[in-house]
Design a protein around this ligand. Structure first.
Ligand SMILES: [Zn+2]
Length: 79
């Protein structure tokens, strides 16, 4: 899988690292707790999520799955 993006801080193309962060957001006034997938630069630690459109999809799907279930319980999703 190609996971190279350009890191502005390093000023070069790097292979990003995926991390999971516990976070929350609001959707239709509902507080949603979920694990957000972020991409960071392994060299400088900069967040590169904004430069990777695919991650928006991943995170949107995670939020949406919770919204559809109608609760925000973190079910055993350790994988
Ligand atoms: Zn960097």
């Amino acid at each position: 899988m190609d996971n190279k993006v350009f890191c502005l801080r390093c000023n070069k193309e790097i292979e990003y690292k995926l991390i999971e962060t516990d976070t929350h957001t609001k959707y239709n006034g509902q507080e949603i707790e979920y694990k957000r997938q972020d991409a960071i630069c392994p060299n400088c630690g900069a967040y590169l999520t904004g430069t990777i459109p695919a991650l928006f999809d991943v995170n949107f799907q995670r939020v949406w799955a919770i919204v559809r279930k109608g609760d925000n319980k973190d079910e055993d999703s350790n994988n």
